[in-house]
Ligand binder design. Structure first.
Ligand SMILES: *Cc1c(COP(=O)(O)O)cnc(C)c1O
Length: 504
């Protein structure tokens, strides 16, 4: 074995106080920024490149994983810029498909700090001040959502937060019904009797969580949604009655504040009082609608949220933070004790006695990013009024789009928007069959994407193929929406002619 070299060949690859390190850091970060800037210069939200063409491009320009030492940085970043110029321009005003926000610049600056410092949030001795910043953000969030005894933890997003809500609810239910500790003893025989209630418009991650938690998707009872796509309280009462009659054990009720398709908000206040009557864990999925808390105009729509036992908030939706950035809140901070684990190497009991904060006990992750810095910095740099204006703008845009589409005879709109989505269907001139119309609606979206012109979403409502706008970009204006509508009509007419020809 040779002796360890004093001066290694790797110093430029890692951050340190070597000049070569700092120079290389600055140079690669600059290339990276220029790569992002290139997308900002593009006219369209997408290049239109097909998956196959992207693969070909990769094979051609990146033929091996690690070729040889001393690659020409500039050349590699140029190739990277070429390939990433075929990603979706999420900050483009004509990108309006998913609950996928344009990231705000303070969040991006925070990302650079997060990755450079590379803190891990599981223990104090891996994070120092970062732990306190996360706790500070969680306390602030509990304040915003009126949870004086609450606490929270950052998550990867709504899916993980919903899983955590149901996890706590399941632990509590097993203890309550059978004095059974699932964390220690595993799943009890009677587990299949436990039932979760949510509306049929709730997010699919509820079923996913039920399956991960060993309850199975069949444990989720879908309560009917009313004509505004909110949970129907009569049907909820009927479902609860039937479950009890059948000897089943409802234990969790999920209210959605902002359903993914319609942005509808369940009657949270009424649900919370029913949850109390039936001793159910009330989890509120505010992944989408949680952002309303920043406004004065729409905040009242979240009334009742503060009564939830746990809440899902997504910072990477209406809070405009780069992915991933979510939070999970509980009304009673003691609730986290259901999942508390102690590892001698990480968060020994002694640390707790010495008031050393190790956030790992609140999470189902161990190594965890310092994502809290993104909302932290954004809340420092962007005023509440500015924030409220941005959200108000997108909600208003949805209202005006709804009014506009209602007047267009080629379109049918499915709901008056509560938040910033609009679900509608191209109806054309009424000569196509239901089946062909379904096909046509999906085609409109696909053609717009293939041309790279506009990015909108699709969904299905009672068998009708629909199109959907999700407005999250404060820079999108009505003029752009009008342009999209005009293009949809043009494509609709062209394709109708083609389909009609097929039909005859
Ligand atoms: C987006 C969304 C989720 C999932 O959140 P992710 O951050 O994508 O994991 C859950 N529920 C609702 C209502 C959502 O809109």
């Amino acid at each position: 074995m040779t002796a360890i070299q004093e001066k290694t060949a790797f110093e430029h690859l890692f951050l340190s106080n070597y000049e070569s390190s700092l120079k290389n850091y600055e140079s690669q970060m600059t290339y990276a920024m220029n790569c992002v800037k290139r997308i900002m210069m593009s006219q369209n939200p997408y290049s239109g490149m097909t998956p196959l063409d992207v693969k070909k491009e990769l094979d051609q320009h990146f033929p091996v994983f690690h070729p040889k030492m001393n690659q020409n940085q500039q050349a590699v970043f140029e190739k990277l810029t070429d390939i990433t110029s075929n990603t979706i321009h999420v900050s483009h005003p004509l990108t309006a498909a998913h609950l996928h926000c344009p990231p705000m610049i303070p969040g991006l600056a925070a990302e650079a700090v997060i990755s450079g410092l590379n803190q891990s949030m599981d223990s104090w001795d891996q994070s120092g001040a970062a732990t306190m910043v996360e706790q500070y953000v969680m306390n602030g969030l509990c304040g915003m959502f009126q949870l004086p005894d609450g606490d929270g933890v950052m998550t990867s997003g709504g899916t993980q937060s919903n899983l955590m809500g149901l996890l706590l609810a399941r632990e509590r239910a097993a203890l309550k019904f059978w004095g059974w500790n699932i964390k220690k003893q595993g799943l009890p025989k009677e587990l299949h009797r436990l039932k979760i209630l949510c509306s049929e418009a709730a997010h699919f991650s509820v079923q996913q969580a039920a399956s991960i938690l060993g309850l199975g998707e069949d444990s989720v009872v879908l309560v009917k949604a009313d004509e505004k796509y909110r949970m129907c309280m009569e049907d909820l009462a009927a479902c609860l009655y039937n479950l009890k009659e059948n000897g089943e054990l409802p234990f969790a009720l999920i209210g959605t504040a902002g359903t993914t398709d319609f942005g509808s908000i369940d009657p949270l206040e009424e649900m919370s009082s029913l949850a109390k009557d039936y001793d159910l864990w009330f989890h509120a999925d505010a992944a989408y609608g949680g952002g309303l808390v920043l406004t004065d105009t729409h905040k009242h729509k979240l009334a009742g949220l503060e009564k939830a036992d746990s809440i899902t908030v997504d910072f990477h939706k209406m809070f405009y933070q780069p992915i991933s950035c979510g939070a999970f809140l509980v009304k009673n901070r003691e609730s986290f004790s259901f999942i508390r684990h102690h590892a001698d190497y990480l968060n020994p009991i002694e640390d707790e006695e010495d008031d050393i904060p190790n956030l790992v006990f609140k999470s189902i992750q161990t190594t965890r990013r310092f994502d809290a810095l993104k909302p932290f910095l954004s809340f420092q740099l962007v005023g509440k009024e500015e924030w409220a204006e941005m959200i108000d703008h997108t909600l208003l845009l949805a209202q005006e789009t709804f009014e506009l589409l209602k007047k267009e005879r080629e379109f049918s709109v499915y709901h008056q928007p509560e938040l910033s989505t609009v679900v509608f269907r191209y109806m054309g001139t009424g000569i196509l069959t239901h089946e062909k119309l379904n096909q046509l609606n999906y085609q409109i979206r696909e053609i717009l994407l293939k041309n790279g012109e506009v990015i909108i979403a699709r969904t299905k409502v009672d068998g009708d193929a629909c199109l959907k706008f999700t407005f999250l970009n404060p820079l999108t204006k009505m003029a752009e929406v009008k342009k999209i509508i005009r293009r949809m009509k043009e494509i609709g007419e062209d394709e109708t002619r083609r389909l009609q020809y097929e039909q005859t």
